[in-house]
Structures are given as C-alpha cells and as structure tokens.
Design a protein around this ligand. Structure first.
Ligand code: F6P
Length: 359
C-alpha cells in the first residue's frame, strides 16, 4: 500500500479540482492513501505541516468541476522559492521542504504545476530525494514544452470566448471596437485559440511582430464598424511602454476608430471546468497513477499526438526555451511558445484576421 501526496502550485486555473478528485478516486481504488498538501510549498514550510488525508467524501464529485484549487495554491509573501531566494534562504527552504516530505512519509508526490514549478522541481532535485516525483502540467498559458495540452487551457479559452460573446453586443450597439487583452505571459496560445474560436478581426501575439498602421488599415477595411481585436499580454511595441491593449487602443483612437480596451483578467482562470479539460484532467491523473505503478520518477504527464504519455523532466527542461526566472535570481525556466508553423495561424489569416507580419 502506497502513501502519495498531491499539491497544486503556481497560479490556479480551472481543472485542478478535477485532477485532484480523479487522483484520489484512482488511488483509493488501488488501496493507497492520498495526502493533500495545502497551499503548495507554503504548507510544507510551517510547523505543523498543513496537510489533509483524503477520504471518499473530502472532494465530492459535484465539486470537482469548480475552478480554483481545493488545496489552495499558496499565499503571497509566504516562505516559498521566490521569497527564500530574495532573502538568501534558498538552501534552508530546500531543506525545510525535504524534511516536511520525509515527515509526511510519502512514497510519491504528485506536483500539479506550470512551467515555473516544473522547472524549479528539476533545478532543485535535492528536495525530492526521499520521494518519487510525478508532475501534471497545468496552466492557462499553454507554455509548457513537450505537451500539446495543459489542464486549464481549454476552460480559459472558453472564458475569453464567453467574454467576447457578451462584449460584441455592446460593441455593435455603439459602433465601436474592443481591444481585449488576454493573459498568457510571453506566450500567445491563449489569445490565438480564443481569437480563432470567437472570430476576432485581429489577433496579436508576442511571437509575431505587427505594424500598427497595417492594423489600423485592416480595421478600416472591415465590412463592419465593430468587432474584437484580441491581444496577448506579452505583446510589446517598440518605443511604447504600458499595457498592450491600452497602447493599441490609443493607436486606433488616433486614427478615428471608436474603441475601448478591456481586460478579462482573472476571469480567465475561473469558470466551471469544460468537458475537454475534465477529460484531460482524468487522462493525466490516470497516467500519473500508472507512472507510480511503474516506479517512474522525475516525469511529467504529457499529451503527444492524442496519447497521454510520461516524459522525463530532464527532457521537458532540455526541450524548452530556457530563460532566467524573472522572480528568482539564479533560477531558470523552460518555456514553450506558439510555433511559426502552428496551423491555427494560417486558419486565423484565412478567416480574414490580421495576425501581423505574415509567413
Ligand atoms: O501563468 C498564469 C497567469 O495567469 C498568467 O497568464 C498571468 O500573466 C499571471 O498568471 C497572472 O498572475 P497573478 O495571479 O499573480 O496576477
């Protein structure tokens, strides 16, 4: 009989509760005990450690669709990688986590995290020396190397699309445009997918340069005097600082195009988990439990060509575009971006959207 732990780290997204519920269900069928660590690594840095042992009723099926994480994702300002690095206490932090995992007597930890958490796990391997580690990728940004999908992405796309579905009605009433800024950090996947799903008139992502004058000309040439310009938060314009939606909004206003910049913000991380995300969560939970059965460690579950597989964390890190962690000095993060060959770019272009400098 095994004793496994599960924790959710980094920003929340919809789908985390489905992952937790499916892991608990599958583990209990195997006769295993599941310990939920509260507040990510924050919960391991306090004495006593914040953890609960799941039973069949802890996270009932009717709550598994809800956004957020039943286990929480951590407090701002608590002792975590960021604050430990900033105060020169990284070694102490690593030892504290290792000691806490030993104290919980876990065989395996399932870490549900984004590219930052997975990169930190790979870069700080000493923390997990006493357990095996299986990761499940989650993020609304879809910026994790080696997986074609991440838990939370589909729901975030649906949230942006629902937001635009409502917005377009007021846009039409006032003959004006909305510049909708999506999240996504430096990766354009969320804006690209939401833009194609909604039918945006322009989709601007950090991976593709664009010419503001060409954007204005495109909007002026549209057969309607209202619509949506989708812009990813990572977009930058040479010579301008500030939020990209504000900058673009000012450019459109200067050309006499009535518009408003709007920000769906954390609404993108909310919303009932879509069926697509629930299926993905179930597949990833199932693959994670199989990986534990097979004594795998330092692996991440991944969707590749329709199959749910596991890949070594070393490969995840090596396949990524590695950049310095903006918040933790000395740490590096493996990132993925929209590929120039992504077929959705051509679809967006063919449906008449301006997507910037074309291929
Ligand atoms: O990585 C997920 C994400 O939602 C990004 O898209 C966004 O830039 C960031 O987190 C927002 O973080 P916070 O919750 O700290 O505002």
């Amino acid at each position: 009989m095994k004793r496994i732990g599960i924790m959710t780290t980094g920003g929340d997204c919809s789908g985390l509760n489905t992952v937790i519920q499916r892991v608990v269900t599958g583990a209990m069928r195997r006769g295993w005990t599941v310990v939920g660590i509260m507040d990510g690594t924050d919960g391991l840095c306090v004495d006593p450690v914040r953890a609960v042992t799941f039973d069949a009723n802890t996270l009932p099926i009717e709550t598994a669709r809800l956004a957020g994480s039943w286990l929480h994702n951590g407090h701002a300002g608590a002792l975590n990688y960021e604050t430990a690095a900033a105060t020169g206490r990284l070694a102490e932090f690593n030892q504290t986590i290792r000691r806490a995992l030993r104290h919980l007597k876990l065989d395996t930890l399932i870490l549900v995290g984004g590219n930052g958490s997975l990169s930190l796990a790979w870069n700080n391997r000493e923390i997990y020396a006493d357990v095996s580690l299986v990761c499940i990728p989650k993020t609304i940004d879809m910026d994790i190397p080696l997986t074609d999908n991440t838990v939370g992405f589909d729901t975030a796309v649906s949230q942006v699309v629902s937001f635009c579905d409502q917005l377009i009605l007021t846009a039409r009433s006032h003959h004006r445009w909305f510049v909708v800024q999506t999240m996504g950090r430096d990766c354009g996947n969320l804006a690209l997918h939401a833009g194609v799903a909604f039918g945006a008139d322009a989709i601007l992502i950090p991976e593709i340069k664009f010419d503001p004058d060409a954007l204005v000309a495109h909007i002026q040439s549209r057969p309607r005097d209202y619509g949506i310009v989708m812009v990813s938060e990572g977009v930058s314009l040479r010579g301008h600082s500030g939020r990209p939606a504000d900058i673009i909004s000012r450019k459109l206003s200067a050309a006499g195009i009535a518009n408003r910049a709007v920000y769906p913000e954390h609404f993108q991380r909310a919303g009932d988990t879509t069926a697509g995300d629930r299926i993905l969560a179930a597949r990833m939970a199932d693959a994670a439990l199989d990986a534990i059965d097979n004594n795998e460690t330092y692996v991440m579950t991944a969707m590749q060509n329709g199959q749910c597989v596991t890949v070594p964390l070393s490969e995840f890190f090596a396949a990524g575009d590695v950049t310095d962690d903006p918040n933790i000095s000395g740490m590096q993060t493996a990132n993925a971006y929209v590929s120039p060959d992504d077929p959705l770019l051509m679809v967006a272009h063919n449906m008449g959207a301006y997507i910037g400098e074309e291929k």
